[in-house]
Design a protein around this ligand. Structure first.
Ligand SMILES: Cc1cc2nc3c(=O)[nH]c(=O)nc-3n(C[C@H](O)[C@H](O)[C@H](O)COP(=O)(O)O)c2cc1C
Length: 188
């Protein structure tokens, strides 16, 4: 079976543990899904600030990873087939870059390609409070076909830990690609 490629962009918004949770949840699907990781310079900082894992350990969780400065990498081209892209967490700077088509790094270029090829683009956009600029940009991206999933807490599933909260958010994100993760509490 040919594996499907899924691009995972990680930017410098708060929420690096969500990117780790996403890569963990995709592990059982390694025979079907190939993960392609692109992380920004600021993401390295938040990873260090918010988690206990090293950049090397993080990179090793993905099948392939790319230097965000290398604009000539494979995902920069629409001919590189993928099932879409998830940016988790997605900063407001990256949101602004995508909505204006300002593709000055590999993550932004790949998001641009994802939209132009009409592939699924999921943004786990994180900031609080949201300014009118943020809201306008997110609205425009939604109109352009991106799916906006802010990392909001669900209470109905009675989360006990931050891991529970993260797991539920990632369950919602992967639902967008019809990927069912274990122990995802759906409302029945
Ligand atoms: C610890 C930390 C937390 C941050 N949290 C956020 C955030 O939640 N949302 C956001 O839009 N920017 C946040 N920032 C600021 C971004 O990192 C900054 O705007 C950066 O330029 C984003 O670049 P990137 O989108 O290329 O990663 C944070 C920065 C740091 C150091």
């Amino acid at each position: 079976m040919i594996k499907k490629r899924l691009v995972i962009g990680v930017s410098g918004a708060s929420g690096a543990p969500l990117a780790i949770e996403l890569l963990k949840c995709l592990k059982p699907y390694k025979d079907y899904i190939e993960t392609h990781l692109i992380y920004t310079k600021s993401a390295k900082q938040t990873l260090q600030q918010e988690t206990n894992i090293s950049l090397e350990e993080f990179i090793n969780m993905a099948d392939v990873s790319y230097d965000c400065d290398n604009i000539g990498s494979a995902p920069a081209s629409g001919t590189f087939k993928t099932i879409g892209m998830i940016i988790v967490p997605c900063s407001m700077k990256t949101v602004a870059g995508i909505v204006s088509g300002y593709s000055d790094n590999l993550l932004l270029r790949t998001a641009d390609v994802t939209l132009k090829e009409r592939r699924k683009l999921v943004l786990v956009a994180r900031e609080t409070p949201l300014s009118s600029i943020h809201l306008r940009n997110l609205y425009e991206l939604s109109q352009l076909g991106a799916v906006i999933i802010p990392p909001m807490v669900s209470y109905y599933n009675n989360p006990k830990t931050i891991d529970d909260i993260n797991h539920h958010i990632i369950g919602k994100v992967l639902d967008q690609f019809d990927i069912d993760i274990e122990n995802f509490n759906r409302w029945e």
